[in-house]
Write a protein that binds this ligand. Structure first.
Ligand SMILES: Cc1cc2nc3c(=O)[nH]c(=O)nc-3n(C[C@H](O)[C@H](O)[C@H](O)COP(=O)(O)OP(=O)(O)OC[C@H]3O[C@@H](n4cnc5c(N)ncnc54)[C@H](O)[C@@H]3O)c2cc1C
Length: 431
């Protein structure tokens, strides 16, 4: 009997578990292989839905489901947290001290928020004037804060990269512009977007398009802003240094942005247990993998996918889905003693909400940045890097596709794990 152990049953863990279960059905039923997945949280959260909660456009019941029914019936689910991993003995330890052994392990424990890493973030202003929307509790609390907001400066901030869905804070800024316009108070609200990047996004062509959109919507862009600390009135910071506002975001080079409401994306790290296995993770506890095969650099029988892996592409659900297709093949090859497929090309795609029921779509990989053109076919129907109503409908429809196609590990017609170049207008910035 070969034991496949999957750590984490979020997007990535669930997709790979369900794909492997289908692929290895006869071996599972014959007792030659088993698949176990471990996750302490009995509820699955559709994270892209968090973006809409602060604006009252979604709610908890719409974006959560019991975890067990999202997993194939032949997958064994253990509701517990991993506290340690020992690659030398091929075991992990659970919170109650139980040890599980494996022949092949897949790490899919995602990224965790560590707001306490930034001085002043979780002080007395936390969830009062300092908010985040990357957790369910945070998104709901921010919703109450927006309900009560009557005007002032809203600062949307990314502390440092990498973060999950790097476009989500930009989407938040766009949606905030539309929200305050619809509430009739846009003229009383100043929106500032403060990022450590040198533009609105990581890739030049998309950064230019998104930068124009910020400008059009009157959102001020503060680039190369490396957050050092947060000062709040509630924590006793001097009122004159806060410009009479609720707090100030202060960079390492002492640039100050006073705010009435801060919407920040805290530092992200991999799961804490990664640090218990020497050589498994990088400085931020993301698993060091071969970016094309997803095999760990620490030991050949360990793989990682989704946000937990340190692949140089976006941390996004779409990436987890594309990676799972390659990893499914590699798990089978590993069990059969064959060479791995170096097939993951960094493919990522994401709808970006821009407000007023419009969105744009980006599609890219390790070698090709997001470019204008059409998707998924050369003729379309969906435009790339261009605002449209169709893209907005695509983003809304994605929730249904997530529960019914993506999580069960089924493919999307016309959308392959490998990025297609057809339909994209190759620009001169591409080499
Ligand atoms: C606000 C927001 C908007 C987003 N929008 C988009 C979007 O539009 N498009 C897109 O593609 N992506 C989007 N994403 C990103 C997407 O949700 C993530 O990239 C995706 O969920 C990654 O899947 P994962 O399985 O790697 O991590 P997760 O889905 O976070 O799952 C990790 C799992 O591991 C479990 N776990 C953690 N620690 C342990 C432990 N010690 N032991 C056992 N289990 C553990 C957790 O309970 C969790 O269930 C968004 C994310 C956010 C926060």
């Amino acid at each position: 009997m070969r034991h496949i152990l999957i750590l984490g049953a979020g997007t990535a863990g669930t997709v790979i578990a369900n794909r492997l279960s289908r692929r290895l059905r006869s071996q599972l039923r014959a007792g030659r292989v088993n698949i176990t997945i471990v996750d302490p949280d009995p509820v699955h959260l559709y994270q892209p839905g968090l973006l809409f909660i602060p604006f009252g456009e979604s709610f908890r019941e719409r974006i959560t489901k019991d975890r067990r029914p999202t997993l194939d019936r032949d997958v064994r689910y253990v509701a517990s947290a991993i506290t340690a991993m020992d690659p030398d003995s091929d075991t992990v330890t659970l919170a109650d001290g139980t040890r599980l052994s494996y022949d092949l392990c897949i790490v899919a424990t995602g990224a965790r928020l560590v707001p306490e890493e930034t001085e002043g973030m979780t002080g007395p202003g936390w969830r009062e004037s300092v908010h985040e929307f990357y957790s369910l509790e945070g998104a709901e609390r921010l919703g109450y804060a927006l309900d009560c907001f009557v005007g002032g400066r809203v600062v949307v901030n990314v502390v440092e990269m990498p973060i999950k869905c790097p476009v989500a804070p930009l989407e938040f800024a766009f949606l905030a512009d539309a929200y305050f316009t619809n509430c009739g108070i846009r003229d009383k609200v100043e929106i500032v977007y403060a990022t450590p990047l040198d533009g609105a996004f990581t890739k030049p062509v998309a950064a230019k398009s998104l930068g124009h959109l910020l400008e059009e919507k009157g959102i001020l862009l503060e680039t190369e802003f490396n957050t050092g600390r947060i000062e709040t009135r509630a924590a006793g910071a001097p009122a004159d240094e806060l410009d009479g506002r609720a707090g100030a975001l202060v960079s390492w080079d002492e640039r100050r942005i006073p705010f009435d409401l801060l919407v920040t994306v805290p530092v992200h790290k991999g799961a804490a247990f990664i640090a218990t296995a020497a050589g498994l993770g990088d400085a931020m506890d993301f698993v060091m993998v071969n970016p094309r095969t997803l095999q760990s650099q620490r030991k050949p029988n360990i793989f990682a996918l989704g946000d937990a892996a340190n692949c140089p592409t976006s941390k996004a659900g779409s990436v987890a889905h594309f990676q799972a297709e390659v990893l499914e093949e590699n798990v089978v090859r590993m069990l059969e003693g064959r060479a791995l497929d170096a097939g993951f090309d960094g493919h990522a795609n994401c709808f970006i909400e821009t407000g007023h029921r419009k969105a744009l779509l980006i599609d890219f990989n390790y070698d090709t940045e997001p470019l204008p053109g059409m998707f998924p076919y050369a003729w379309g129907p969906v435009p790339l890097l261009k605002e449209s109503r169709l893209n907005h409908l695509g983003k809304l429809a994605f929730r249904h596709a997530y529960w019914n196609r993506l999580l069960p590990g089924r493919d999307f017609p016309g959308i392959d794990a490998k990025m297609k170049r057809s339909g994209k207008r190759m620009l001169q910035t591409q080499d």
